[in-house]
Each structure stands twice: as structure tokens, then as C-alpha cells.
Design a protein around this ligand. Structure first.
Ligand code: M7G
Length: 182
């Protein structure tokens, strides 16, 4: 028998087709709920570093759509890892895989607060976000942020910031503020 995961997870792919709405461009690829099915999916798809600019992968608990508007996300936010261009070549795929393993392996004490994660492939620099459901739950948000930083082996001098989705949504300038940092 296969090894069951605590949760069932869905992988999504986003491609920016300008004739469609942002929401319509989010496509469900596949769902899995065992370790073996995760690896067969992972081994079958392109690594993030080989995707085209402007695309995203999102991995969310089944039933949660990878968007701010979803009931599970609308009071939440994300830990944001902004990568430099040169990190696509070496660190992007490792970070993304380590994050997936933290998610599906329920690595956090507050794993119930985790909704999913997104990797954005962008010309200006790739981004990875780990989405949690309640931006007001400081204890959970901070525990998840600290554990991420440790598990990804992010150097202590690199600051990770948490953005509330509402702030990201309403942002007028180019950057939205961090509500927490680790
Ligand atoms: P992005 O893809 O998160 O980052 O957001 P980028 O600026 O580096 O490309 C780009 C745009 O996509 C936003 O300004 C929104 O128009 C749209 N968008 C992104 N997200 C995450 C959402 C979402 O959750 N819901 C909706 N409706 N639009 C979104």
C-alpha cells in the first residue's frame, strides 16, 4: 500500500493569457494524497526553473483555490521569498521542493494554518510565497516563518517578510509592507 499524506493536495498552473481573466488562467493540474503519487507527479512535470516567464505553480490543500478571494485565504497572507535573478539557476528548484516537502510532510506545529505555496516565474526575479490562513494569528505565522527559514537554510542575515493579502491587493506603490519579519 502507498503512504498516505495527512492532506490531499492540488497542483495548479497559471499562464498569463491576456485574453482571459486572471482567475480563468489558473488551471488545476492534478491532486495527490500519497507520497508515491506526489513523486510521480513531481517527476513528470517541468522544474520551476524551466517554466516560461509569467507562469506560476501553486500547491494548495484540496478545496482551496490559489487566490486571495478563497474563504481560506481572505484573512491570510504570505511569507515571501524574493529571489535574485541568478538564484533561478541554483536555488529556485531546491527551495520550491523543500517548501513542498514542508507542506505535504506537515513540518509546522501550525500546519493547519498553512493553505499552500506559490512560485512566480518572473523576469524581474522569481518569488515564492507560503500562504497561511490567518494574518492575525501572530504565534502561528511566526512559528511557520521561523521554521521555513531554518528548513530552507536561509542565512540569518536574509530577512523574510510576511505580507497580508489585503495589503498586497490594495497596494498602490510598488511594494507592500511586511506585517512580520523573521
Ligand atoms: P502576481 O502574479 O502575484 O505577481 O500578481 P507579479 O506582479 O510579480 O506578476 C500580478 C497580478 O495578478 C495582480 O496585480 C493581480 O491583478 C493578479 N492576481 C494575483 N493574485 C495572487 C491574485 C489573486 O489571488 N486574485 C486575483 N483576483 N488576482 C490576482
Amino acid at each position: 500500500i502507498k503512504h498516505p499524506l495527512q492532506n490531499c493536495w492540488t497542483l495548479w498552473y497559471y499562464e498569463n493569457d491576456r485574453t482571459q481573466t486572471w482567475e480563468k488562467n489558473q488551471k488545476e493540474i492534478a491532486s495527490f494524497q500519497t507520497v508515491e503519487d506526489f513523486w510521480s507527479l513531481y517527476n513528470h512535470i517541468k522544474p520551476a526553473s524551466e517554466l516560461r516567464q509569467g507562469t506560476d505553480y501553486s500547491l494548495f490543500k484540496k478545496g482551496i483555490r490559489p487566490m486571495w478571494e478563497d474563504e481560506a485565504n481572505k484573512r491570510g497572507g504570505r511569507w515571501l521569498l524574493s529571489l535574485e535573478k541568478k538564484q533561478r539557476g541554483n536555488e529556485l528548484d531546491r527551495y520550491w521542493l523543500d517548501i513542498i516537502l514542508c507542506l505535504i510532510g506537515e513540518a509546522f506545529e501550525h500546519s493547519d494554518e498553512v493553505c499552500g505555496a506559490v512560485v512566480n516565474i518572473r523576469q524581474k526575479g522569481d518569488k515564492i510565497g507560503i500562504w497561511t490562513s490567518d494574518a492575525q494569528n501572530g504565534a502561528a505565522v511566526l512559528e511557520i516563518g521561523r521554521k521555513l527559514k531554518e528548513r530552507l537554510r536561509i542565512p540569518p542575515r536574509t530577512v523574510l517578510g510576511y505580507q497580508v493579502h489585503k495589503d498586497t491587493m490594495d497596494k498602490t506603490g510598488s511594494v507592500s509592507k511586511y506585517s512580520y519579519t523573521v
